[in-house]
Design a protein around this ligand. Sequence first.
Ligand code: ZN
Length: 164
Amino acid sequence: MSQTVAPGKIVGIYYTLKDGAGNVLDTNRKGGKPLAYLHGKSTLLPAVEEGLHGKAKNDFVQLTLPPEKGYGVRRDDLIRQVERKLFPPGQELAPGMRMNRRLQDGRVAGAIILAVGDEQVTVDENHPLAGIELHFEITVCGVRDATSEEVAHGHAHGVGGHQH
Ligand code: ZN
């Protein structure tokens, strides 16, 4: 009997992610290597893992997720003014550049620069996929039991998983 996707299984998938207009945002179908993950650990978006639950090898799953179930809605308060002098001297700053900014609590926030003024730099710290309806097309290419080592590590090993 073939295995089905459930917590504790290592699941291999090929996926394509499109926005509402059909533009491909991300895919792993071209590289030839599946993504392998340990199901039930919120490695993927929870709504995606939910959609894969109970599926078997060769099943095809289409999911449409509103932003709330994807990477969140866009928040105006994540568009911030940062004093230019807080950036390292000599760092090139231009609209459209991606950067990582260390927050006061030590976390690193990804951001995109919107505007550069003499005193202030406007940055957008929303997730790049915030506010976007996500369309996933997923093919399950393998389901197997996780090894005890994989369970201990909380992730998949081998092809498509962690190599260490
Ligand atoms: Zn590991």
